[in-house]
Design a protein around this ligand. Structure first.
Ligand SMILES: Cc1cc2nc3c(=O)[nH]c(=O)nc-3n(C[C@H](O)[C@H](O)[C@H](O)COP(=O)(O)O)c2cc1C
Length: 213
């Protein structure tokens, strides 16, 4: 469980101790983050990898994350969709089906086996999406019907976004529920906590919220 793991990580001060003769650089000193005792301050930022074929995490994700895990360290998983309307990138993982939850479990176990904490970043891409990524080729849902202008992707391709459908007020609670359910699913998969990435309000004011369960 997270708690037994945290207790375990509290003893993970090997980096600090091994540097008794020279003071450890601040980055490598322990840090208490809420209920969590980190043994250093190097955190893996969430990085969308687009290798979760069909939105299901693959076994190689366990290798990738475990390679970056250290005793008492913190990893934040790549943005993970809360529902089938949440996807904004091909082959990004999700956490809304049993298959996805089951696929996350060995990934989380591999990270915990190295003594690190693992947070799941749950998100909805809102209008930063296109018909091809949406169920039945529908319009991406958003708070607005204004389309995002095309953008150059990190690998130099021009990315186009489809005109979104502005949600009616009474549809918004469904999205809130998707986040609620995804947070529970992430915890069922073994992660401790879910930072939330929300493109929904309008991606020019992207906000990352962290909530505690
Ligand atoms: C390929 C790539 C994928 C990324 N994926 C995510 C993501 O899934 N979630 C997120 O919050 N940030 C994502 N980011 C942003 C990184 O986490 C961010 O670049 C990192 O925190 C470093 O911050 P900086 O770019 O301000 O230096 C991504 C960045 C890159 C380059």
């Amino acid at each position: 469980t997270c708690q037994s793991h945290i207790t375990h990580s509290a003893t993970g001060t090997s980096i600090h101790r091994s540097m008794e003769s020279t003071p450890a650089p601040p980055l490598l000193t322990p840090h208490k983050m809420g209920q969590f005792d980190l043994s250093h301050r190097v955190v893996l930022a969430p990085l969308t990898r687009q290798r979760s074929y069909g939105n299901v995490p693959q076994p190689h994700a366990g290798v990738y994350y475990a390679q970056r895990a250290t005793k008492g360290g913190l990893l934040i998983a790549e943005a993970t969709g809360v529902s089938d309307t949440a996807q904004g990138y091909k082959d990004a993982p999700g956490v809304w089906t049993k298959e996805q939850i089951d696929a996350w479990k060995p990934v989380v176990d591999a990270v915990h086996a190295k003594g690190a904490l693992f947070f799941c970043q749950i998100w909805h891409a809102g209008r930063v999406s296109n018909y091809k990524l949406q169920p039945n080729g529908q319009a991406p849902i958003s708070s607005t019907d204004k389309q995002v202008s095309p953008q150059m992707s990190a690998d130099g391709r021009l990315e186009e976004f489809s005109p979104p459908r502005r949600l009616a007020k009474d549809e918004i609670p469904n999205v809130v529920d998707d986040f609620r359910e995804a947070a529970r699913n992430a915890i069922a998969a073994g992660t401790c906590y879910s930072p939330i990435l929300l493109y929904f309000i309008g991606h020019s004011c992207t906000t990352t919220y962290s909530i505690r369960f």
